[in-house]
Design a protein around this ligand. Structure first.
Ligand code: HEC
Length: 155
C-alpha cells in the first residue's frame, strides 16, 4: 500500500519533469525550468518581443501576401518548408497554430523569443539550431506574415 503511494509520487514527479516541452529527454536544469514555467500560467500567456499587437484585416491582403512569398523564398526557405520539418519547423500551418504577434516576434525579436517564450524555447531545445534574428525589417515581416496566413488558409 505504502509502496504504491511512493510509486505514484515518483511517477508524478517524472511526468512533471517531462512537461513543459512535451516530453523529450531533458533532465536536470531544463526540467526544473520547464516545471517552473508550467507552474506560472501568466508567463505562458505573455507576449514577448517588441511587437505587442498586429492588426489583421478580415480578408487576406493578396498584395502583401505576394510580396511576402518572394521574401519567404529568399530568406526563410533555406530553413523552412511548408509541409515538413527541415532545419526549422514546418510553417505551412503556423498561422493556425500561433498568434500573429508570436510569428512577427519570431522574425523580428528572435533572441528574446528563444529565451523567454515557452513555445519558442522548447522548439530551440528540439531543433538545436538558433533561428537567426532580424533577417527582415518590420515591413517585410508583415508581408511574410500575410503570406503564411494565405498558405494556412489555402490548405
Ligand atoms: C538558419 C535557419 C532559419 C532561417 C533562415 C529562418 N528560420 Fe525560422 N526557425 C528556425 C529554427 C531552427 C526554428 C526553431 C526554433 C529554434 O531552434 O531557433 C525556427 C522557428 C520559426 C518559427 C516558429 C515555428 C513554430 O512552430 O512555432 C517561425 C514562425 C519561423 N521560424 C519563421 C521564420 C520566417 C518567417 C523566416 C524568414 C524571415 C525564418 N523563420 C527564417 C530556423 C530558421
Amino acid at each position: 500500500m505504502h509502496d504504491r503511494r511512493i510509486y505514484g509520487v515518483v511517477l508524478l514527479a517524472l511526468l512533471l519533469s517531462l512537461g513543459g516541452c512535451g516530453g523529450g529527454e531533458q533532465g536536470g536544469e531544463d526540467a526544473g525550468k520547464a516545471a517552473e514555467a508550467a507552474a506560472n500560467e501568466e508567463t505562458a500567456k505573455a507576449v514577448y518581443g517588441k511587437i505587442k499587437e498586429v492588426s489583421m484585416d478580415p480578408q487576406v491582403n493578396t498584395a502583401f501576401a505576394e510580396k511576402g512569398e518572394k521574401i519567404f523564398n529568399v530568406v526563410c526557405s533555406a530553413c523552412h518548408k511548408y509541409d515538413e520539418r527541415y532545419v526549422g519547423p514546418a510553417v505551412g500551418d503556423v498561422y493556425d497554430r500561433r498568434t500573429p504577434e508570436y510569428i512577427m516576434n519570431m522574425m523580428l525579436d528572435t533572441e528574446v523569443m528563444l529565451e523567454k517564450d515557452d513555445t519558442a524555447r522548447c522548439l530551440l531545445q528540439e531543433y538545436l539550431t538558433k533561428m537567426p534574428s532580424a533577417q527582415v525589417n518590420e515591413t517585410d515581416a508583415r508581408y511574410v506574415l500575410e503570406h503564411l496566413r494565405e498558405v494556412a488558409e489555402n490548405r
